[in-house]
Design a binder for this molecule. Structure first.
Ligand code: FO1
Length: 331
């Protein structure tokens, strides 16, 4: 599989290394967990995509927030990457008997999250407030921020019409051919409390190996977020590192490579590096893509070539340590 791994045991996190990670679903949650394993909790902030959020059975569902928090709380179902370990499905079975929609699998324990989040938001709490409270109850010490408290549902333009994200991703299993995306009402969205402050104070920003189109772009598109990162890149040479979610033309999980193909772009680590353009100072790619290193460096990027597949919690931590050690400084 991976390439010869450098030893990272002697790596010590820099004292003032405040890290901000931008994350979407499974890949993002896993690297966030790797970072959380190796950093003091008060030095790591994870900003999470909310474009996948939707209302289902009248419940406000935030899949990426739940995936990140469940993973950081070590409560996650490690096979699927989403939902809870040890889940039961009695409610779903009863819904099925009622002829209700069951394409989106809501587990009995997971339902508590959606019920309580919905109740609190209907009582006037923001998604940020609910997230902070849930993290406390789940014992998540890392700061998890919603990218925005505004509803910015991702719409997917496909050959079967414009689909909501979960309709495309789960109900249609990513089969329709994609031609574009829209983050609805994004022009009215503002960064959630703490987001810009975290970016202003960051010593390193990491774009996790999530889907660039529908997990990272929806965060960067929120007013002020991309600009703040770019300003600090220019003014204080802030290191901004992306981890390619595409390895040898494919993803470990999810439709990112298929989306690139359908958008007329070659799915590759180089394409991902170009996707983020001037935002980056560094790029992490898998050893299977080592042949593309020179082309990525030609974009002016520092590169880290390593085994980017996170097979277990130790693998997540190793990748996080390598990124911090090799690309974490301004040098
Ligand atoms: N993904 C699926 O492929 N099938 C499901 O039935 C499903 C249910 C589900 C329930 C709660 C939750 O938080 C996530 C869930 N996901 C499911 C994953 C979700 O669609 C994706 O994690 C994100 O939206 C994309 O990263």
């Amino acid at each position: 599989w991976g390439c010869a791994l450098t030893d990272t045991d002697n790596f010590q996190i820099g004292r003032s290394q405040r890290v901000v990670a931008l994350a979407g679903g499974v890949g993002g949650a896993r690297l966030a967990d790797g970072l959380a394993q190796m950093m003091p909790a008060d030095q790591l902030t994870v900003i999470v995509n909310v474009g996948d959020d939707f209302s289902h059975f009248g419940l406000h569902i935030s899949p990426d927030l739940d995936t990140v928090c469940y993973t950081l709380a070590q409560m996650d179902n490690t096979e699927t990457g989403w939902g809870l370990a040890g889940e039961t499905w009695h409610t779903l079975e009863s819904l099925d008997r009622l002829g209700a929609e069951t394409w989106f699998h809501l587990g009995d324990h997971d339902l508590a999250t959606h019920l309580e989040r919905t109740r609190r938001m209907q009582a006037g709490d923001s998604l940020s407030q609910v997230t902070a409270s849930f993290c406390q109850h789940w014992g998540v010490k890392t700061r998890v921020l919603t990218a925005t408290d505004h509803k910015v549902p991702t719409l997917v333009y496909t050959n079967e019409g414009t689909l909501s994200f979960q309709e495309y991703f789960v109900h249609r299993q990513c089969i329709p051919s994609v031609s574009g995306f829209r983050f609805e009402d994004i022009e009215h969205a503002r960064p959630a409390p703490g987001v810009l402050e975290a970016l202003f104070q960051a010593d390193l920003v990491i774009l996790c190996p999530s889907n660039p189109w529908v997990s990272i772009d929806p965060i960067l598109a929120i007013q002020g977020i991309r600009k703040t990162i770019e300003d600090r890149r220019r003014k204080v040479d802030l290191p901004v590192v992306a981890v390619s979610p595409i390895i040898a033309g494919h993803t470990v999980k999810g439709p990112a490579a298929k989306m690139y193909q359908e958008m007329g772009l070659t799915p590759s680590a180089l394409t991902v590096a170009n996707h983020y353009g001037s935002l980056l100072s560094g790029f992490v790619m898998d050893c299977q893509d080592a042949d593309a290193e020179a082309n990525v460096q030609a974009l002016g990027l520092k590169t880290l070539i390593t085994d980017t597949i996170m097979r277990d919690r130790a693998g997540r931590k190793r990748l996080a340590e390598e990124i911090m050690r090799r690309l974490g400084d301004k040098r």
